[in-house]
Design a protein around this ligand. Structure first.
Ligand code: NAD
Length: 308
């Protein structure tokens, strides 16, 4: 499906990835409506050229009257906030949003959706993990919410006229990223260049994808594949350790801190310490990431330092 001259609703479009997607779509001549409650997003990131609806998507009526002219929904809104005391709140919020969006789409006759799932649906799986790996055993409520959403989308795709592009993201990095390891290290080292506290043992080893590569992959896939329900891993073939990220951030800031490790192997409950996804399925469609994990981390570090 070609997106030019289409109307796209971007949920979570005031957030990190959604705001970059909105910029890219507008530059490509697409008509964009953004929906976001700004709980973790920033209204100022949404250009005036996009329509903006400030709404909480857990409210079943949030999209009433707003989908009539929409061709495609890209659903990025999600609570990423991990509350280990109340994990079900995050599960409830994310699955309720997806259910509400699907119902509103059905009411308005919208039949295309791209969904942003996560590597966390795999839990602790052998690497590189292919899309058909089983059993899917997420170890966090966030991962469980993504898996439940995938189930809802699959059910709707197989019983109604709905095309679903389901993307399981590795870690996405780039400008505007907040509340993640790179901006965390930058802020800590700007406060205290001599010392860095690292959550975990530093050997957590994951795949990092630059947001520009992520957007290329999403748009390429929507244009080149249109099965009723198809799932694609989205990442790089390489990984970067948390210790290596600390080194890259320190190099870019020109500091040489002592390191202190806290929290044991994984740092926080629910974190999968090693992650690398097989990207052969997207590769067969003609997409390749332009940057390795290390290159993505270094570039994002420079970009975030420039904007902080
Ligand atoms: P983000 O938090 O920057 O963006 C999500 C947006 O959703 C925010 O702007 C937030 O305000 C909005 N939102 C949250 N709850 C809402 C609600 N009830 N109603 C309306 N809006 C609401 O996150 P991101 O990093 O841009 O991630 C986008 C999507 O990609 C998410 O679904 C996330 O789970 C998924 N994902 C991201 C990564 C990553 O590395 N960034 C990895 C895997 C999956």
């Amino acid at each position: 499906m070609s997106l030019s001259s289409q109307a796209v609703l971007v949920t979570g479009g005031a957030g990190f990835i959604g705001s970059h997607l909105t910029d890219r779509l507008l530059a490509d001549g697409v008509t964009v409506t953004v929906v976001d409650d700004c709980s973790n997003g920033d209204r100022r990131r949404v250009p005036d050229a996009a329509d903006f609806l400030e709404a909480d998507l857990t409210d079943p009526d949030a999209l009433d009257g707003h989908l009539d002219d929409i061709d495609l929904v890209v659903h990025l809104a999600a609570s990423k906030h991990v509350d280990t005391d109340r994990p079900h709140a995050q599960f409830d919020a994310n699955t309720r949003m997806t259910r509400n969006i699907l119902e509103a789409m059905a009411d308005a006759g919208v039949t295309e959706i791209a969904y942003t799932s996560s590597s966390t649906v795999y839990g602790e799986a052998p690497r590189p993990t292919p899309e058909d790996y089983a059993p899917l055993e997420p170890i966090s409520a966030y991962g469980a919410s993504k898996l439940a959403d995938e189930g809802l989308l699959s059910a709707r795709a197989h019983s109604h006229d709905l095309t679903v592009w389901n993307f399981r993201f590795a870690n996405v990095v780039g400008p505007r990223l907040r509340g993640a390891v790179i901006p965390d290290f930058i802020e800590k080292l700007q406060d205290d260049p001599e010392h860095l506290t690292i959550l975990g043992d530093g050997r957590q080893e994951k795949s990092y994808l630059h947001v520009e590569d992520c957007l290329d992959a999403i748009l390429h896939t929507i244009e080149h594949a249109d099965d009723a329900m198809n799932t694609y891993n989205l990442g790089t073939r390489t990984t970067t350790s948390v210790d290596r990220i600390a080194t890259i951030v320190a190099e870019e800031l020109g500091v040489d801190p002592d390191r202190e490790y806290t929290g044991g192997e994984r740092g926080w409950t629910g974190d999968v310490p090693k992650m690398r996804l097989s990207i052969e399925k997207l590769s067969a469609l003609g997409w390749e990431p332009r940057r390795s994990s290390d290159e993505a981390v270094r570039r994002a570090t420079r970009e975030i330092i420039d904007e902080l």
